[in-house]
Ligand binder design. Structure first.
Ligand code: NAI
Length: 343
């Protein structure tokens, strides 16, 4: 285990600390990026994915660690932001050994970083990690994606109230990109509220399940971004709203779970010019974090659910301030998070 020499990085990092763990014998290469511990230990998921290079994995960890800091700051969970990645090897990698050793890597930071589930990791992986370290959240309880979906749902309610004065999502057309964990739970909540759901996934079996369970209309992944509707909800990958795709949007509101939805902050300005209300991703997708972080601290489930419910008011406030100050909701959220992180 070693700290990475500074010359491995092409540009100065915004992170407080970056650690790399390399174990040739076990074929493990892993990175922990701690963006900020100002508000508490850095919390953030562990990704177990294929990366084309070390640099790509490092960029991913750094960028996501920063958004975790912002997310945790606005979610008031008394945690900072971090992220880890384990580079998935095409062969000769024993997952049990990998996660056991990753647990030791996490433990070496003595609680400055708390890990959790992310893309490519499961509760079983977290259980293996927990044999080597206590600094792991989300081993018990239900799938955090439910709470992420609940937070996005509450944000949608706040957004339609702000934009249209509507008190429910009844009859509101919502196009969801991604029928995975969040997409499924979100569709369920929208169905209960009698919204009109349009679902797209590159895996047709997943959109079919949502169509069957929640009377959703299936649309193609290519068309979902340009569907005329009230809300477009990105719940698949990041970076989907960019200079090219922004011109295709016909929705009035964007509210989804995907991290880093906008290619850059300039896109938020373009959306505002088009009078499309963008609910910042890290503000509204924090339900899973609120759940995992509070359960880790020993909070009871009823209080946790209430905290996720309160995302409605947090979003409402940001949208109101944005209107008064004539700045995008993203700028207002960034300012608020940065102020908390500076204190
Ligand atoms: P998931 O992996 O379960 O679902 C993503 C779905 O998107 C998959 O079904 C996949 O087939 C589909 N997909 C991929 N590319 C697509 C495309 N071009 N068009 C349509 N569908 C496409 O992921 P999950 O857990 O539902 O998360 C969704 C997003 O929300 C991810 O970006 C994740 O990072 C983010 N997020 C998730 C949280 C959680 O609690 N699960 C918390 C915060 C953020």
């Amino acid at each position: 285990m070693f700290s990475t020499p500074a010359d491995m990085f092409s540009s100065p990092s915004e992170c407080e600390e970056i650690r790399v763990y390399f174990d040739k014998g076990a074929n493990i290469l892993s990175i922990i990026a701690i963006h900020s511990t100002k508000l508490g230990p850095a919390i953030g998921g562990c990704r177990y994915l294929n990366y084309s290079s070390f640099q790509e994995a490092l960029n991913d960890a750094e960028k996501l660690a920063k958004s975790m800091s912002y997310k945790a700051a606005l979610a008031n969970v008394d945690f900072g932001g971090g992220k880890s990645v384990i580079i998935k090897q095409p062969s000769n990698q024993d997952p049990k050994q990998t996660f056991k050793k990753f647990g030791m890597f996490v433990d070496s930071l003595k609680g400055r970083y708390v890990t959790a589930i992310d893309s490519g990791t499961t509760t079983s992986h977290m259980k293996i990690i927990s044999k080597s370290t206590p600094f792991v959240a989300g081993i018990k309880g239900i799938n955090p994606s439910y709470f992420t979906a609940l937070g996005v749902f509450r944000a949608m309610c706040a957004a339609v109230k702000h934009k249209f004065g509507a008190t429910s999502l009844r009859g509101i057309r919502i196009a969801i990109q991604g029928a995975g964990n969040v997409g499924y739970f979100l569709s369920h909540l929208l169905y209960q509220d009698k919204a009109s759901i349009y679902i797209a996934d590159t895996d047709a079996s997943k959109s079919l399940k949502i169509a069957q369970d929640f009377s959703a209309h299936i649309i193609s992944p290519k068309e979902v971004i340009s569907l005329p509707c009230e809300i477009f909800s990105p719940c698949a990958l990041g970076g989907e709203i960019n200079k090219t795709s922004v011109s295709l949007l016909k929705a009035n509101i964007i509210a989804g779970a995907a991290n880093n939805q906008l290619e850059n902050e300039e896109i938020a300005e373009i959306l505002a010019e088009k009078e499309i209300l963008y609910c910042p991703d890290y503000l509204i997708n924090s339900g899973g974090l609120i759940y995992v972080a509070n359960l880790y601290k020993g909070e009871n489930i009823k209080n946790v659910k209430n905290k996720v419910y309160q995302l409605h008011d947090a979003v409402s406030d940001i949208l109101k301030i944005s209107q008064i100050k004539k700045q995008t909701p993203l700028r207002i959220s960034n300012n608020l998070a940065e102020k908390k992180l500076r204190k």
